[in-house]
Design a protein around this ligand. Structure first.
Ligand code: IYR
Length: 224
């Protein structure tokens, strides 16, 4: 095999211009129904759904295609209990001063606090890790590139896949998150990137008004 061996692009789909327009609008209509929620139902979700969504995340582009990510999907009640216990321990310190006044003020409209019952109630917690060293084949120890960018994109794919499947999510970043390494049995090569909570919303789930305010196209885009 040549080092830059290629195969033809066979799975690209071109849509007629009108359909392209309606598809772009439909996607926007769909994705704008994604909301972070903090009250989950304990209704179970099939593991195969989570597997498919992680497979979708794994198709994300990454630096040198090293795919510097690891997804640890947790449904075991005892492991979820440990995650909750340790996350709440850290969050207590965060909310009782470590965050600083400016950060706490910024969070006030979201109504968050150090209580994280959803970490035990939701059927799935997906701990996402970035990998410092790696390579295209599992077990390699080469330098990974653009790790933060790559894992961020894969996480976006995962959130999108879960939403598309009909699940609600919460991006949760307990601070610090290093406690997840031990619980998830990851080595020092892995860095906890995010904890994604996934499941059905509770009947009384709400979204803070603050979170529904999205900047306009004019505010976020410039066309030159
Ligand atoms: N990790 C904390 C605090 C928190 C921080 C940000 I930035 C948020 O957008 C929301 C919460 C918590 O989960 O409560």
């Amino acid at each position: 095999m040549k080092e830059h061996d290629c195969s033809p692009l066979t799975d690209f789909i071109e849509y007629p211009a009108k359909e392209m327009l309606s598809r772009s609008a439909d996607f926007y209509d769909n994705i704008k129904r994604r909301h972070s929620i903090r009250k989950f139902s304990d209704r179970p979700v099939a593991r195969e759904v989570i597997e498919n969504c992680i497979k979708a995340a794994g198709t994300a582009p990454s630096g040198a295609n090293h795919q510097p990510w690891q997804f640890v999907a947790i449904s075991d009640p005892e492991i979820k209990r440990q995650v909750r216990e340790q996350a709440e321990n850290h969050e207590r310190g965060f909310y009782s001063g470590r965050a600083g006044d400016e950060w706490l003020d910024a969070l006030k409209p979201l109504g968050t606090d150090d209580q994280k019952p959803y970490l035990e109630i939701a059927p799935w917690l997906i701990a996402i890790f970035s990998e410092k060293k790696g390579g295209i084949t599992k077990g390699e120890e080469n330098t990974n590139y653009y790790v933060h960018e790559s894992v961020g994109i894969a996480t976006g794919f995962l959130i999108n896949a879960l939403h598309n499947a009909g699940l609600a999510t919460l991006t949760h970043t307990p601070k610090p998150m290093s406690f997840l390494n031990k619980i998830c049995q990851r080595t020092d090569n892995d860095r906890a990137y995010m904890l994604l909570i996934a499941g059905y919303p509770a009947d009384d789930a709400t979204i803070p008004h603050h979170a529904t305010v999205k900047k306009s196209l004019d505010d976020i885009a410039t066309f030159l």
